[in-house]
Write a protein that binds this ligand. Structure first.
Ligand SMILES: Nc1ncnc2c1ncn2[C@@H]1O[C@H](COP(=O)(O)OP(=O)(O)OP(=O)(O)O)[C@@H](O)[C@H]1O
Ligand SMILES: [Mg+2]
Length: 472
């Protein structure tokens, strides 16, 4: 009896000891390792890049899947990051970390590895040879479908920026969550123009079959041009949010030569927007690493080499100084002009920033705008933000600013003069500027009526020519 009591007590103490310490866990791990050694395994490697340094989409999808596994939390170690919302904590696989998964009763492991120091990452799948036939294909299908669901559910947009020199790891791009708050709703611009761009993007998204039927690559390029502070960068952000595309923002000054630029393009993924800001400034630089032909090849690059479902956006302050080949028909599909503020846009800003729909100072402001004075939306926005506690003071400050600095002639570029140019005046112009009537007509032709041949298929669509008063 006493012996039995001692036995129970002993058992209790051993269990308690095992429970309190990690010995059980260690023993289980040892047992698993031993068991694993008794099986023949097969390994599969999923490299981050393919042989021509394009990102391997399977790598990205497997990473998404693995990062979603509950067993990641049970790993011996893992990385913790904050998410896009400040309270989010994200678990992310670390180098050399091994994570276990079970599929249809078969145990598999994934290890994240590096081919060399600072080299690209490789995901290594290890499974028992006897399970291979039964599970490999369905398991990979399962991963693709879970990863697809995850990205659909909570696609966090990423902003990717090119780094100076290839350090190897992750290729040439570094990415951060893209949280720019601008959307088409917050942007003040001609409603008609905004709707045209939105419709153009929507049509683009639905046009895979159409492009393929025509034997064209499914891509679209936009030129946003206008003075500084008129909303071009905000518009890029709005486009990305609207499309739900990641943004690849190329800093041309960090590109070492023409082939490096091509390599960057190769390393972008589908469903992305490739953005080159201030292209005009770069092109006028005397000393630059990328030649004009390098830029032109890059602009056409998607067509010739680099994947589909991409939108390219170039921004410029003015088209004046830009070499004609850059703007030639067929190179950029849609031109969107960003003008200085007019009175209707000003009223929208006043409504957004100050909550003012009507005001006794509006007639005076309208008169000043009609007299030709103007400011950028950024300047007006700044004045309104700093005086937002008093709308009257804000409006008076805008009047003063318009009267002192806001003269049209000195601030507008020659591009603005094109606002009133007629199609006849612009015939033969590579920019292909049209009055509103013409641009609407061209817009309608864009997808459905291209075949009718009344517009050359590579002629750019210019959406920047809506008259100030909204008439054509
Ligand atoms: N049309 C607009 N509607 C609402 N806000 C605007 C508009 N244009 C500019 N802003 C505001 O002004 C600021 C600057 O705008 P943004 O950076 O988009 O201008 P930009 O045209 O890209 O200028 P730059 O040519 O100097 O890069 C932003 O904070 C934005 O909110
Ligand atoms: Mg900008």
């Amino acid at each position: 009896m006493i012996l039995l009591l001692f036995l129970i007590l002993g058992l209790f103490l051993v269990l308690r000891f095992l429970w309190k310490t990690s010995l059980l866990h260690i023993l289980l791990n040892k047992f698993r390792c031993l068991e694993d050694r008794l099986h023949v395994h097969q390994t599969y490697r999923v490299p981050q890049f393919n042989l021509v340094f394009q990102e391997n989409e399977l790598f990205r999808k497997v990473s998404t899947y693995l990062n979603s596994l509950p067993s990641l939390e049970d790993s011996d170690f893992t990385n913790l990051f904050t998410g896009s919302k400040s309270n989010d904590i994200l678990l992310r696989l670390d180098i050399n970390q091994t994570i276990r998964d079970v599929f249809l009763g078969a145990r598999v492991t994934w290890t994240i590895d590096k081919s060399e120091k600072n080299g690209p990452k490789i995901l290594v799948l290890k499974l028992r040879k006897k399970d291979r036939r039964r599970i490999l294909r369905p398991y990979l299908q399962h991963i693709l479908s879970v990863a697809g669901d995850i990205s659909q559910r909570k696609k966090e947009l990423m902003l990717c920026m090119n780094v100076d020199s290839p350090s190897g790891e992750n290729g040439r791009w570094r990415s951060v969550p893209f949280n720019h708050p601008a959307s088409f709703d917050t942007l003040v611009m001609d409603v008609d123009l905004k709707n045209k761009v939105k419709a153009d993007l929507e049509t683009f998204l639905k046009s895979k079959q159409f492009y393929h039927r025509l034997g064209r690559v499914w891509k679209r390029s936009y030129l946003l041009y206008g003075p500084s502070g008129t909303g071009k960068s905000s518009f890029v952000a709005a486009m990305a949010r609207f499309l739900n595309f990641d943004v690849y923002d190329i800093d041309l000054s960090k590109v070492s030569d023409d082939s490096d630029l091509k390599m960057l393009l190769l390393q972008t993924t589908s469903k992305s927007m490739i953005v080159v800001e201030d292209l005009d400034r770069f092109l006028t630089e005397k000393c630059r690493n990328v030649s004009l032909s390098g830029i032109l090849n890059f602009m056409d690059g998607i067509v010739s080499c680099c994947g589909e479902e991409r939108v390219m956006v170039f921004t410029m302050n003015s088209k004046d100084q830009v070499d004609q080949p850059v703007l030639r028909p067929g190179r950029i599909d849609v031109h969107v002009q960003f003008p200085l503020c007019d009175f209707p846009s000003f009223k929208n800003l006043a409504n957004n920033y100050l909550g003012v729909k009507e005001h006794k100072l509006f007639p005076q402001l309208e008169e000043i705008f009609q007299g030709g004075a103007s400011l950028t939306p950024a300047e007006i926005g700044e004045i309104m933000i700093s005086n937002r506690s008093s709308p009257t003071r804000a409006l008076k400050s805008v009047i003063t600013a318009l009267q002192t600095t806001g003269t049209t002639k000195s601030r507008r570029s020659n591009d603005d003069d094109e606002l009133v140019r007629t199609p006849e005046e612009t015939s033969g112009d590579h920019g292909g500027l049209f009055s509103r009537e013409h641009s609407v007509r061209d817009f309608r032709k864009l997808y459905g009526l291209l075949k009718m041949g009344s517009r050359r298929k590579d002629e750019p669509l210019d959406l920047g020519t809506v008259d100030k008063d909204g008439s054509s």
